[in-house]
Design a protein around this ligand. Sequence first.
Ligand SMILES: N[C@@H](CCC(=O)N[C@@H](CS)C(=O)NCC(=O)O)C(=O)O
Length: 241
Amino acid sequence: MDKTLQQPDSTSIKLYYARPSLYARPIWLALLEKHLPFELVPVNLGGEQFEAEFLALNPFGHIPVLIDNGFRVIESQAILDYLEAKYPTRSLLPHDPESLANVRMVQFVTLNELLPGVVGLLIHNADTPDVQYAQFRIANTLNFLESMLSDAADHPFIAGEHLTLAEIVAGTLVPILPHLGISLTPYPKLHAWSERLLARPSWQAIQLSPEEWNSFTRHMKVIPKVWQRRRRQRIQQLQPV
Ligand SMILES: N[C@@H](CCC(=O)N[C@@H](CS)C(=O)NCC(=O)O)C(=O)O
């Protein structure tokens, strides 16, 4: 057996995360779907990400960070690729070019369109052009995702029969939209897909309570501005006088 593809021992994988983090949740799901043993290390995003100990792990001060047997990986999509290459037994990526392209499109459209749309909706005030643009980005993405799904019973996932990184990434965000007041009813295939994912043990294991969602949406109104201020202060401190 290729030594680089072996199963980890029970303590070798550590995931630095926060329960509601939309970037960390896909990693958490991938570890569960791959049935890998791992340890969760909570990071308090109220400031712990700016402490020297954490900056030594990720100089950009973001979660998620994955440590596997001493090897450090930052950036959520790089972590997903690493896990897939290192632990391919329960594969989350198709090999045929068209399915692979579909999966990658869904991953990146989710991160580059849907996620900024959702954040825009949470941080801006109602009835402003910023909110209208956020709503447009969300609806545009949901229409796109709806077009990527099929009604066929043997095609329950974006890439067909098997769950992939398309579900791991888009499936972290789409099912929470109803908590943010965005109904999935106009998107019947996406709605059914979302319900299928929510019924899986891995999705249930990472489920947040209504209180956690409320606290997350309240925090999102202020916390990105606090992070930005802390980052500017850090850059000023680093500048030569
Ligand atoms: N591009 C990074 C983004 C990670 C990111 O922005 N993480 C947020 C949590 S959801 C964070 O750590 N925020 C704290 C901060 O920016 O200070 C990735 O994909 O991993």
